[in-house]
Design a protein around this ligand. Structure first.
Ligand code: AMP
Ligand code: MG
Length: 340
C-alpha cells in the first residue's frame, strides 16, 4: 500500500486536515497526532475500516479501541446513561488526556469495543486531532499508531517507522506533548475503576470520584486466564527488542547494579547519568514526572540502537504521573522487576 504523507507543518495545514478527513469519510485509516501519542484513526461507525486498523497494527481482536470526539453532542451519539460524575469529569478534564468507559450506543461498529457493551470515549486537546474529527464529522476510533506490542509513537517519525506501507495516510504533525496514553477510567460500574493511569492522575480523579478503585492490573501482572476489566492490560507491551528489566530502589544501588552488568545499558534519571560508566540513556530528572512520561517511548525505541544484551531501567516513584510511567515500564519489561 502506498501511504500518503500529509505534512501539516511545512505544507498547507487546512488542505492537509481536509485531505485526512476525506480519507476517513471514505473508509480509510489515517495516523493522526494527538497530545498523548499518535493515533491510528478510522470512523467509529465503519466496521470494515476498524477491521483494517486491527490488521495494520497486528492488534489482538479482543483489545477494544478508544473513540475520539470533538464536542458533547458527539458524546451522546456514542454513549448513553451518562452519569453525573462523567459530566463533572468532562467539565474539568476535557478536552484532555482522560478516557471514560461508558455504556455504548448500538451505532458504534462492533469491532471498536471488541464485543463489549461499553465504549471508551475521549475528547483530545490536540488542535490537529480536533480539527480532523470536526472536518470529518465523525467520532474516530483510534488506538496508538504503532505495531502492537512496540513502544507507542510520540513523533511522526516513529509512526513512519512502524506503519509506512500499512495505512492510507500519515499526518505529519508536532511531537506529542504528554507522551503517554490517556488515563482510562470505567464509569459504567460502581465503584468507578481506574483501568490505565495517565496524565490525569488518580489523585486528581479522586477529587470527583472519592470511591475510585485502582484496578489490580495497573501495577501487577494479570494471572493466566484471569478476567481483566481492560483487555489492553493483559499484554507485554511497549517493549524494546532488547531484554528489559525494571529496577526499583535507591540511586546508589541502581548505579552499582548497572555498573556490574556486562554488555548492558541503563535508562537512568538525569542526575545519575554522569555516574554510570557504560552505555546509558537519560529520561528526565527523577522529580520531573512529566518529563519522564514525555521521553519514555522515545527512549524505549532508542534502546535497540545500543546493541546490548540487556537494559536496566530505573523506575520512578508511583505517585502522580509516576504511576503512568511505572505502568508502561512493567509491561515494557514483561513484568521482570528487580527490587533492590
Ligand atoms: P490504546 O488504543 O493503545 O490507547 O489502548 C486503548 C486502551 O483502552 C486499552 O487498554 C483498552 O483495553 C482500553 N479500552 C478501550 N475500550 C475499552 C472498554 N470498552 N472497556 C475497557 N477498556 C477499554
Ligand atoms: Mg497502544
Amino acid at each position: 500500500m502506498n501511504t500518503e504523507k500529509i505534512d501539516i507543518i511545512s505544507g498547507d495545514r487546512q488542505i492537509g486536515i481536509n485531505k485526512a478527513a476525506d480519507i476517513l469519510k471514505h473508509g480509510g485509516i489515517v495516523a493522526v497526532p494527538t497530545e498523548t501519542v499518535y493515533g491510528l484513526a478510522a470512523s467509529a461507525f465503519d466496521d470494515e475500516a476498524i477491521k483494517k486498523v486491527f490488521i495494520a497494527k497486528g492488534r489482538p481482536q479482543n483489545n477494544p479501541l478508544i473513540v475520539h470526539i470533538d464536542d458533547m453532542k458527539m458524546l451522546d451519539a456514542v454513549a448513553y446513561d451518562i452519569p453525573d460524575t462523567a459530566k463533572a469529569l468532562a467539565k474539568r478534564f476535557w478536552p484532555g488526556p482522560l478516557t471514560m468507559v461508558l455504556k455504548k450506543r448500538d451505532n458504534i461498529a462492533k469491532s471498536v469495543s471488541a464485543g463489549l457493551d461499553t465504549v471508551a470515549v475521549r475528547m483530545p486537546s490536540s488542535k490537529d486531532a480536533r480539527d480532523i474529527i470536526s472536518a470529518s464529522g465523525l467520532p474516530l476510533a483510534a488506538p496508538s499508531a504503532n505495531i502492537s506490542g512496540s513502544p507507542s509513537p510520540t513523533t511522526a517519525k516513529h509512526v513512519i517507522s512502524d506503519l509506512d506501507g500499512r495505512v492510507d495516510a500519515i499526518v505529519l504533525g508536532d511531537d506529542c506533548t504528554v507522551g503517554v496514553e490517556s488515563t482510562v477510567v470505567a464509569l459504567f460500574c460502581t465503584p468507578p475503576r481506574l483501568l490505565r493511569p495517565g496524565a490525569v492522575t488518580a489523585e486528581q480523579l479522586r477529587e470527583t470520584l472519592p470511591d475510585l478503585v485502582i484496578d489490580k492490573a495497573v501495577l501487577n501482572e494479570p494471572k493466566k486466564g484471569e478476567a481483566v476489566a481492560s483487555p489492553g492490560m493483559l499484554y507485554k507491551h511497549y517493549a524494546p527488542k532488547t531484554e528489559t528489566f525494571l529496577v526499583e530502589g535507591e540511586s546508589d544501588k541502581f548505579i552499582n547494579l548497572v555498573s556490574s552488568k556486562e554488555n548492558a545499558a541503563a535508562i537512568c534519571f538525569d542526575e545519575e547519568f554522569d555516574k554510570i560508566p557504560g552505555k546509558k540513556i537519560k529520561y528526565g530528572k527523577s522529580t520531573d514526572k512529566k518529563a519522564l512520561a514525555k521521553n519514555l517511548f522515545s527512549v524505549l525505541r532508542e534502546v535497540d540502537t545500543l546493541k546490548v544484551n540487556g537494559v536496566y531501567i530505573h523506575a520512578p516513584e508511583k505517585s502522580g504521573m509516576g504511576l503512568a510511567v511505572y505502568n508502561r515500564l512493567i509491561r515494557a519489561a514483561g513484568f521482570k522487576v528487580i527490587k533492590l
